[in-house]
Design a protein around this ligand. Structure first.
Ligand code: NAD
Length: 335
């Protein structure tokens, strides 16, 4: 039995991870910490609520975090907490650096003080920056960081801070940089649920002008399994990429969603690209495969089918969230 703190646990991936962990390790004590920003939905944890401890709080609040770490004897911290919407970062960069960079640094301090046994940090493929559409070499864990948006830069800075706390202070850290996640409970502002929920409401779907830009897709459950593999067998101080090698352009995603719902392709509206929009990211995942034997298990076709069905059957979950995002896609202007 061990105690594990999951930050950002009311968000998309954090809630899946908390659920995955209590179901797989029922003897462990999961403490879920979340600031419940517009993107945090406590209801995401409803089915496991009686098996976890939920704390409403900010990772940047060192006093609160210190108390939680001590009170629950936390051994492992998995940091999912972040401002995660790239488009919002164009409008309000400060809140991204506040949480993603400074919040992570405050959390690192608290973890160092509490002498946690492992600090695992969740990062993204986007820290590496733009990749050409015809590039044949995927990003390895040694690739230089070249973030081009405030979200990516704030996540890159956090990654550097995590590694610095390991090198300088000996904090036992691991990191994972993951590709684009999809699955149930993803906030309707993100591209796949945006396309699904708009289609379900009979609305048109906004496709960026650079519609050939591609993303690598992974089911959220495969991501959770990868984090588990790193917590169980990963080398301290090491970074592991988590991806599938399966890429789709934004236009292909739109067509697949419309096809799944039996709708015509003329439902697409082309909108201007987001500033700093990267063409592509692709991760080389040889390390996690070779060292830890992790492999993605969920085929995209099946995962997408189930995800579209989940949104169709859970309107009561996403309808109240629909207008909560501060961003209107296709109308990005800074005030
Ligand atoms: P999300 O926006 O759905 O969830 C983030 C959660 O963090 C929310 O519940 C929010 O309330 C909480 N939060 C925000 N600021 C906080 C703070 N200061 N203190 C405590 N909690 C706070 O995001 P997500 O898609 O689940 O992403 C989770 C993590 O995974 C992020 O670190 C993100 O960068 C990373 N990631 C996401 C993807 C993806 O495709 N979604 C891919 C790679 C990496």
């Amino acid at each position: 039995m061990t105690s594990i703190l999951v930050t950002g646990a009311a968000g998309f991936i954090g809630s899946h991870f908390a659920r995955y962990w209590v179901e797989k390790y029922p003897d462990d004590h999961v403490v879920a910490l979340d600031a419940l920003t517009y993107a945090g939905v406590e209801e995401n944890l409803a089915d496991v609520r009686d098996r976890i401890t939920f704390v409403h709080g900010d990772i940047g609040d060192s006093t609160l975090v210190g108390r939680v770490l001590a009170e629950h004897g936390i051994a492992t911290v998995v940091n999912f907490a972040a401002e995660s919407h790239n488009s919002l970062a164009v409008l309000d960069p400060r809140r991204f650096f506040q949480t993603n960079t400074m919040g992570t640094q405050a959390l690192l301090d608290a973890c160092l003080k509490a002498e946690v046994e492992r600090f695992h940090h969740i990062s993204t493929c986007e820290v590496y920056g733009d990749m050409a559409l015809d590039e044949e070499q995927a990003f390895t864990e040694d690739h230089p960081y070249r973030p081009r948006t405030p979200y990516n830069a704030s996540k890159a800075a956090a990654d550097h801070a995590v590694r610095a706390y390991h090198e300088t202070f000996g904090l036992p850290v691991t990191l994972t940089n993951c590709a684009n996640n999809y699955g149930p409970y993803q906030f309707p502002e993100k591209v796949l649920p945006l396309f699904i929920t708009r289609s379900l409401r009979g609305e048109r779907i906004p496709v960026y002008a650079s519609k050939d830009n591609r993303r690598e897709w992974i089911h959220v459950r495969d991501h959770c399994r990868a984090v588990e593999a790193v917590l169980k067998g990963g080398r301290v101080g090491e970074t592991y990429h988590v991806g599938t090698g399966f890429e789709l352009s934004v236009d292909e995603i739109a067509d697949l969603v419309l096809g799944e719902l039996g709708l015509s392709q003329d439902r697409k509206t082309i909108v201007p690209d987001r500033p700093g929009h990267d063409r592509r990211y692709l991760l080389d995942c040889a390390r996690i495969r070779d060292e830890l034997g992790w492999r993605p298990e969920i085929e995209f076709e099946q995962g997408l089918k189930e995800t579209v069905r989940w949104y169709a059957e859970h309107r009561g979950w996403w309808e109240p969230l629909y207008d909560r995002s501060p961003v209107v896609e296709g109308a990005l202007t800074r005030s």
